[in-house]
Design a protein around this ligand. Structure first.
Ligand code: CP
Length: 311
């Protein structure tokens, strides 16, 4: 296992499966009456959220508490950043406080790598700009494996804003590494230059992308970025690329509907599909806590032999 989790691009299948296997164990711990275990007692973790987050922030905090770690929470709006402090100075202060692990979300691509280079602490990327969101992709992979058991031959369609979505990028890296057949469907304006080198199918035709697919993972249309004219209107996006019941009907009968959240109901996904029996959107959230427990457990700076005895 690498020292840090900065992205899935550099993770091999053995490392990904090691995380998913440990997540299965922690998923069982979460079903117990007493969900707290002493595994990370004495380990201090700083959660540095420079960008808004609901799921990732709460999920990491819950995972850390379940593992009995000591936690320090930081949010940009209530920190000295508003007084003009740079990321570098914030990092120097964190280093001086000698935390063992850092979870960081930041709007700048490479912010987690910057900290990893400058501090001795273990760094976990909670989402950096439009680059990667590895724990989201790991929980997506976990949810797919829980249902289908394996990835080889599985048809997974990713729909949405690949230009800005770190979730799409991390999903593509993970799914490709594990052998899934990946199709990306988005308007041409929301597919980045260089996507043709990712080794996946790319189409602008939603019906073609969904036909016989086992999984559709629908990305949030990043409304805060749409003023730049990437799409004509939300109504048009919903009509051409939105996932409704009829489009779901084109998929394989054995199928999953996924979305990392937050959802724009009525834009990229209809209310009916989001709340349907085939939707595993809330299972993804539950699995996210177990996956993050696994990541924290495997990367915590402690002896592995000790860890195995304590689960
Ligand atoms: N899926 C996800 O990253 O959600 P948040 O932005 O709420 O953390």
């Amino acid at each position: 296992m690498k020292k840090h989790l900065l992205g899935l691009q550099s993770y091999g299948s053995d490392e990904i499966f090691e995380i998913l296997d440990h997540a299965s164990t922690f998923r069982q711990v979460l079903e117990r009456d007493v969900k707290k275990i002493p595994t990370l007692r004495g380990v201090t973790i700083a959660n540095l959220f420079f960008e808004p987050s609901t799921r990732t922030r709460i999920s990491f905090e819950l995972a850390e508490k379940r593992l009995s770690a000591d936690i320090v929470n930081f949010s940009a709006s209530s920190s000295s950043l508003v007084k003009g402090e740079s990321l570098r100075d914030t990092v120097e202060n964190i280093r001086a406080m000698k935390v063992d692990m850092v979870v960081i979300r930041h709007s700048a691509v490479g912010a987690p790598h910057f900290i990893a280079r400058r501090c001795d602490t273990v760094v976990i990327n909670g989402g950096d700009g439009a680059h990667e969101h590895p724990t989201q992709a790991l929980l997506d992979l976990y949810t797919i494996r829980e249902r289908f058991g394996e990835f080889k031959g599985l048809k997974v369609t990713l729909v949405g804003d690949a230009l800005h979505s770190r979730v799409i990028r991390s999903n593509i890296f993970g799914l490709k590494t594990l052998g899934a057949e990946v199709t990306l469907c988005a308007p041409a304006t929301l597919i980045p230059t260089g996507a043709e080198t990712w080794g996946i199918e790319i189409t602008h035709d939603i019906e073609e992308a969904l036909t016989n697919a086992n999984v559709v993972n629908i990305m949030r249309l990043q409304l805060e970025r749409q003023s730049s004219g990437y799409i004509p209107s939300l109504r048009e996006y919903a009509a051409i690329w939105g996932i409704d019941k009829n489009r779901v009907g084109l998929m394989d009968k054995d199928r999953l509907i996924m979305h990392p959240g937050p959802l724009n109901r009525g834009v990229e996904i209809t209310q009916e599909v989001a709340d349907s029996e085939e939707s595993v959107i809330l299972d993804q959230v539950t699995n996210g806590v177990a996956v993050r427990m696994a990541v924290l457990y495997l990367l915590a700076p402690r002896q592995k032999e000790e860890k195995h005895e304590e689960i």
